[in-house]
Design a binder for this molecule. Structure first.
Ligand code: NAD
Ligand code: UDP
Ligand code: UDP
Length: 340
């Protein structure tokens, strides 16, 4: 049976499922950019999905197409408070992810990462669930090793403006590994590198959403610094596939494992690609570089290739075209008020 939410993903017909394959899955941060795509995927795979979100940076619009789906449920809840539910798998994604959002209330950001991890680990321990943490390439800070492998310990400022996020995520990794060592939990840690796609927040200040919104509006494209800092961008569908594969690894594998697209490029490169893709007339302008902005970042995904049998498949032009189309539809063709 197909549901209206599946219409966005014509490439994935719903397979036949045996009831024993069906799992009760909790997705925290399920109304966010990545979380909503993960809910889509898990429902398509036949699972029962509980989306928990406090709508801090996520929106009901991201999951509106799933309301009414018989295997989907949503609960407004803040993960810094205890949660008592019965589930088999937990994907812990709750946390603001863009620098503008996580620096807006930095104390809450650390609480979400740390108290949120403790509560979700306590829940996993009580019910014997598998639990996956959405960690980040930010644990590597401004890296001195390039590209970054999982063995690199990172170069993180503990007292800067990005620390609430970076150190919060590092502490969450510590908690995950200690619940594994101390309580024998089946934990998985994914270190997610920059990801883009439909349902990115239009005003979250991340580079892909910023540049696309600016290009579509014909506004200047704002490059920070000289635009030669690098990142590597993974399309959301590829990323979600990696998370699902990681959850399904044997209990003796916890990672951490890098997930991202190892195609490194400068912000100037991505600006030019987005201008070309949107056929925009926007000019490029330069602004000061934010504090602690990493100068280069690119994942070494050897481990993901070996253990998950995974690598990104979506070329940047293809992913960008889909993302541009989403932004055009949502914010330019049928103009909706852009959320603050
Ligand atoms: P997002 O901001 O779109 O989603 C985060 C979701 O968590 C939102 O729906 C938000 O409302 C919810 N949330 C925040 N605090 C909460 C709380 N205390 N209780 C309950 N819900 C809460 O961001 P995203 O890009 O979808 O990121 C999802 C996860 O992936 C985050 O943990 C982020 O750190 C991680 N990550 C994302 C990227 C990326 O490039 N998108 C890269 C590395 C890591
Ligand atoms: N917790 C939760 N849901 C549960 C079980 C625990 O939210 O189903 C929370 C609980 O509030 C606790 C945290 O998870 O603060 C850590 O639980 P754990 O059992 O590891 O530690 P303890 O209860 O001993 O502090
Ligand atoms: N950036 C930029 N212009 C923008 C937004 C971001 O040049 O309008 C740069 C930013 O300084 C950083 C890179 O793009 O070097 C990626 O920024 P983003 O916030 O998307 O992710 P992160 O820094 O967390 O990797």
């Amino acid at each position: 049976m197909r549901h209206h939410g599946d219409a966005h993903h014509p490439g994935h017909p719903e397979p036949h499922h045996h009831w024993r394959d069906q799992r009760r899955v909790l997705v925290t941060g399920g109304a966010g950019f990545l979380g909503s795509h993960l809910c889509d995927r898990l429902l398509r795979d036949g699972h029962d999905v509980l989306c928990v979100d406090n709508f801090y940076t996520g929106t009901k619009r991201n999951i509106a197409h799933l309301l009414g789906h018989p295997r989907f449920e949503v609960l407004r809840h803040d993960v810094t408070f205890p949660l008592y539910v019965e589930v088999d798998d937990i994907y812990n994604l709750a946390c603001p992810a863009s620098p503008i959002h996580y620096q807006h209330d930095p104390v809450q950001t650390t609480k979400t990462s740390v108290h949120g991890a403790i509560n979700m680990l306590g829940l996993a321990k009580r019910v014997g669930a598998r639990i996956l943490q959405a960690s980040t390439s930010e644990v590597y800070g401004d890296p001195h090793e390039h590209p970054q492998t999982e063995r690199y310990w990172g170069n993180v400022n503990p007292i800067g403006v990005r620390s609430c996020y970076d150190e919060g995520k590092r502490c969450a990794e510590t908690l995950f590994m200690d619940y594994r060592r101390q309580h024998g939990l089946d934990v998985k840690v994914a270190r997610i590198f920059n990801t883009y796609g439909p349902r990115m927040h239009p005003n979250d200040g991340r580079v892909v959403s910023n540049f696309i919104m600016q290009a579509l509006a014909g506004d200047p494209i704002t490059l920070y610094g000289d635009g030669r800092q690098t990142r590597a961008f993974c399309y959301v569908d590829d990323l979600i596939d990696a998370l699902v594969r990681l959850m399904n690894t044997p209990p003796d594998f916890s990672g951490p494992v890098n997930v991202g697209n190892p195609v490194e490029m400068s912000m100037l490169d991505i600006a030019r690609q987005i201008v070309a893709c949107t056929r925009s007339t926007s000019e490029l302008v330069f602004h000061p570089l934010p504090q602690d902005d990493p100068t280069q970042r690119c994942p070494d995904i050897t481990l993901a290739r070996e253990v998950l049998g995974w690598e990104p498949r979506t070329a940047l032009e293809v992913g960008l075209a889909r993302t541009v189309e989403y932004f055009r539809q949502q914010f330019f063709l049928a103009p909706m008020p852009v959320p603050a």
